[in-house]
Write a protein that binds this ligand. Structure first.
Ligand code: PMP
Length: 401
């Protein structure tokens, strides 16, 4: 088990009884991240890249340093790191900048595990270009398999979208193997790392994906900031989709030139404070070790599954945890009612479709209850969750016809 101090997380200190199991939605922030935001605004809170005075240089250095920190964390080059507002922003940007390469009849691979922010931008591109969305069939455990991927990969495949870790079920896709197959036919691989990068070691060179998007706020960092990784030559060959300050090289009356990547994809004043404060968040995780982070959350998920799987009032969707996510329903009970019961016992979980309606429909339900664990959760909290779920089953027994 990881040794993480509850005292490091002010929200936990200020809500002493709270058991927070909604980290897949957003993680809590350690004091050092909050301090860094404060440091920026109080000590050198000016704009970046623009001023020649000392404070502007200081802000710019702090801001640019994040590229090196991220590069080390995911094993890429600093100039392959594009700053975004988050995963949604990164994935939408990709669909826009890549769509020039999509033509009528082309195929774009997605899956029912995908978050709305991965599948919806490509639905629009497919409609606009007369291309086709092709879904990888999930196996009986709702996983993506290489065999099923091979069935949809054709010479027409241009883009392969992959959710590394599902935010609903916690299943992990075989990204490396699929990427290899996709590259054999020249397709571009986009990986949604929103639930992977905060929780496990992700090495983009080893995976060989072309793009990877993730959010700062799910990995101890501030909201409104994220990262889009892209292989440099490919990234730099693409045209920007947003225009304005800082991304241009020169502007004439009827035409403009752009800087090279990553700057050409970073128009306007960014979330400077947020991006600067993402550095201590990544450093906090690195210190713990990503293997330890993964094992910690996984062991809590396994404990919960082991202790509720024989309760026949429970429909368990995460039968064999692969990450720190456990998803279930009490049969016949609306997930919001279950989550409300748990909330009354200070347990914060998420209920609903988790912005991934395709998998909810596939599971044949209107929504699910999701407990998602992170570094600050403890075995005692997992035990409290099991007890509360059992209590909920007792309570709701009479409701079920
Ligand atoms: N993809 C996945 C798998 C997610 O879990 C989320 C957040 N729930 C997103 C994308 C979107 O992330 P954000 O809201 O931070 O842009």
């Amino acid at each position: 088990m990881l040794e993480v101090k509850r005292a490091d997380f002010p929200v936990l200190v200020n809500n002493e009884k709270m058991i927070y199991m909604d980290s897949a939605a957003t993680s809590l922030k350690p004091q050092i991240v909050i301090d860094k935001i404060n440091e920026y605004y109080t000590k050198y809170g000016v704009n970046i890249h623009r001023g020649v005075y000392d404070l502007s240089s200081k802000a710019t250095d702090e801001y640019e340093e994040l590229r090196t920190v991220v590069a080390k964390f995911i094993n890429c080059k600093p100039r392959e790191v594009v700053y975004t507002k988050g995963t949604t922003n990164g994935l939408n940007m990709l669909a826009q900048i890549l769509k020039a390469n999509i033509h009528e009849g082309d195929e774009i691979i997605v899956s029912q595990l995908d978050h709305h922010s991965l599948v919806m931008p490509w639905q629009n591109v497919a409609k606009e270009k007369g291309a086709k969305l092709v879904f990888i069939e999930l196996n009986e455990k709702n996983q993506i398999t290489i065999e099923n991927f091979k069935k949809v990969l054709t010479k027409k495949t241009k883009i392969v979208n992959l959710t590394y870790v599902s935010n609903v079920l916690g299943v992990v896709a075989p990204v490396k193997e699929i990427t290899k197959l996709a590259h054999e036919i020249g397709a571009i691989v986009i990986c949604d790392g929103a639930q992977a990068v905060p929780h496990m070691k992700v090495d983009v060179q080893d995976l060989d994906v072309d793009f990877l998007a993730f959010s700062g706020h799910k990995m101890l960092g501030p909201t409104g900031c994220g990262i889009l990784y892209g292989k440099y030559d490919l990234l730099n060959s693409l045209e920007p989709e947003e225009f304005g300050g800082d991304m241009n090289d020169g502007v004439e009356m009827y035409d403009s030139t752009f800087k090279d990547a990553p700057e050409k994809f970073e128009a306007g004043t960014p979330n400077i404070a947020g991006l600067i404060a993402l550095k201590p968040a990544i450093e906090y995780l690195s210190k713990l070790g990503m293997e330890n982070v993964h094992n910690h959350s996984l062991s809590l998920a396994k404990y919960v599954v082991e202790n509720i799987k024989n309760n026949d009032m429970i429909e368990l969707y995460t039968k064999e945890p692969e990450s720190g996510i456990v998803t279930f329903n009490i049969k016949g009970i609306h997930p919001h009612d279950t989550a409300t019961f748990l909330a009354a016992q200070n347990i914060c979980v998420r209920a609903g479709h988790h912005c991934a309606q395709l998998i909810t429909h596939h599971l044949g339900c209107m929504g699910t209850v999701r407990a998602s664990f992170y570094i600050y959760n403890t075995i005692e909290e997992a035990q409290a969750l099991v007890a509360a779920i059992n209590g909920a089953c007792e309570y709701f027994k009479e409701w079920i016809i």
